[in-house]
Design a protein around this ligand. Structure first.
Ligand code: SAM
Ligand code: SF4
Ligand code: FES
Length: 334
């Protein structure tokens, strides 16, 4: 697809043909199986000050927490018992957990549980990424958030676009399965910028692509902004599916948070992954990137039941394997 064709897809009056094409490409390139990744949000401590995020260090309105590694392992063990074959360990970006502590956790999860492990801990040094890969981490998620340097710099004032891109390159060189993505509906974002985002995703040849609507958080400087709508998010998702073919693309929590049917709709126009929350319930209300986040009061088992029902109601099946990348041969795969 050309840039102009992508822009047309983002702006055309009736997107139903676009959605049908994305669903067809999804079926042809990744099939009817939906992969589940159990999401452990193990710490909301963050040293960065991203303008859009409720975990930003200047936000004094939230209660900070950090699970210990034994607690994270136990959470992963319960997820494994419930049937998950893959976990995502996510947190704010902070040096609170030294490289070796995370490496030890990954080693134990790989050895005792045999799960595929995805990390999403922000920007770290190449040496740290190498140690985590060496410990057995399979995948890393790091959204570039926007391909517009100008918007990036404004919304992530203490980060650098070039350094984030360098992190993505290092992760690829270290043989991680790499995931990245954007938020839709950021202030000043245009269809042209989203088209460039999508072309960048293709260029980076990403194994996984996560997108969601930007949802303004009242405790951040972007409180008064409009935020992203589901329609534009679904158009972006559909175009990403058509352009990147066999990437793994989740129907994200943010989509489900702005519309009760958001994730179901996403699964019908290109998505093939769900990331149910497996974080112990007592921490969930404190990992509020944005208001209205779903599953805050639910327990891991509730989410598993809800998700399997959702997949079945769409006539799809839950995948039984770890759901590795379809883009390239995977080394050290379980
Ligand atoms: N700290 C790590 C990082 O920034 O890469 C990982 C955790 S961070 C909370 C995960 C993602 O949440 C970010 O990449 C961003 O796209 C998303 N996010 C943050 N604030 C958001 C908001 N207000 N609305 C929607 N998504 C948001
Ligand atoms: Fe921290 Fe990530 Fe939120 Fe930025 S998006 S404030 S790095 S948790
Ligand atoms: Fe948590 Fe539906 S996924 S209750």
């Amino acid at each position: 697809m050309t840039r102009d064709e992508i822009i047309k897809g983002l702006t055309v009056l009736d997107p139903s043909e676009l959605f049908a094409e994305a669903d067809r490409v999804r079926r042809e390139c990744v099939g009817d199986e939906v992969h589940l990744r159990g999401l452990v949000e193990f710490s909301n401590v963050c040293g960065r000050d991203c303008l859009y995020c409720g975990l930003r260090r200047s936000n004094k309105e939230i209660v900070r927490y950090g699970m210990d590694m034994a607690g994270v392992f136990e959470t992963a063990r319960i997820a494994c018992e419930m049937g998950y074959r893959s976990v995502v360990l996510q947190s704010g970006e902070s040096a609170r957990y030294p490289t070796e502590e995370i490496a030890g956790l990954v080693r134990r999860i790989k050895k005792d549980l045999g799960l595929a492990v995805t990390l999403s801990l922000g920007e770290r040094s190449r040496e740290t990424y190498a140690a985590w890969r060496e410990a057995g981490a399979d995948r890393y998620l790091l959204r570039f958030e926007t391909s517009s340097r100008e918007i990036f710099q404004r919304l992530k004032p203490d980060s650098s676009y070039d350094e984030r891109m360098q992190c993505l390159r290092s992760l690829r060189e270290l043989d991680f399965q790499v995931g990245s993505g954007i938020m839709v509906g950021l202030p000043s974002q245009t269809p042209e910028i989203i088209a460039d985002d999508i072309l960048l995703m293709k260029d980076l040849d990403l194994d996984m692509i996560g997108i969601g609507p930007f949802i303004p958080n009242p405790d951040t400087p972007l409180a008064g902004e409009k935020g992203g709508c589901l329609d534009l998010t679904l158009r972006t998702l559909a175009l990403i599916r058509i352009v990147t073919r066999n990437a793994h693309i989740p129907a994200t929590t943010a989509m489900g948070s702005i519309d009760p049917q958001g994730r179901q709709k996403a699964l019908r126009c290109g998505a093939n992954v769900l990331m149910p929350n497996v974080t112990p319930t007592q921490y969930r209300e404190h990992y509020q990137l944005y208001p209205g986040k779903i599953c805050i009061k639910d327990r891991p088992g509730d989410c598993m039941l809800c998700i399997t029902g959702m997949v079945a109601s769409l006539g799809r099946t839950v995948a039984q394997g770890p759901g590795h990348s379809l883009k390239r041969p995977v080394s050290g795969a379980v």
